[in-house]
Design a protein around this ligand. Sequence first.
Ligand code: ADP
Length: 217
Amino acid sequence: MIIAIDGPAGSGKSTVAKTLAKHLGIRYLDTGAMYRALTWKAMQHNVNLDDENALCRIMEQTQIYFESEEKGLQVFVDGRNVTKEIRSPSVTNNTHHISGKPGVRAMLVNLQRKIASKGNTVAEGRDIGTVVFPQAEKKFFLDARIEIRAKRRFRERETPDNENSLDSVIREIALRDQRDTTRKDSPLKISDDSIYIDTTNLTLNEVIHRIIKEVNP
Ligand code: ADP
């Protein structure tokens, strides 16, 4: 069984997917973390992020895998735990180079399918229900107003200090939305068979209950 959870940044995908996977006792697959992991490795090796062939070569030589630990899902690149590093602003700002290259994307999608083929999985990302697992049993698309999504991200940061930085998070998210929706080969879009949930006025618990009810009616 595959449960697909798609949506833009700050819509609540990761939190919901993690909680749902735990509740069902099945694997959680964070596909965004894989794009981040490859971005991190390419940056470590000073690969030109505009050079698709070089990125494909580095992907061929890279082992990306997850381990589920008490403190949460840990992301490894070639044996090194990079869970923290892949959330840095520089990686966040460069991930679009990786996700915007169809060849690299295809390799990551293959790896995502391989991981999910090992058993029941809750997979989270931007093209899960449309491209990676169009056959998924249940598909959800989470969304929320941009100001709310930005506020959620803003609150997560270590030193959320002033209104200016909230504005900058809104701009950051707007840019990511634009990149996500205009990507040529695999844009963020809602598939016909997915359940759309606007989380703007819902608490996390409300979202999770709603999803669990759909999965286990
Ligand atoms: P995404 O994976 O879609 O980018 P996250 O799951 O990382 O989003 O959520 C971003 C932040 O917003 C987290 O701190 C999370 O706890 C919070 N959050 C997510 N959904 C809700 C919600 N419905 N209500 C309140 N806070 C939420």
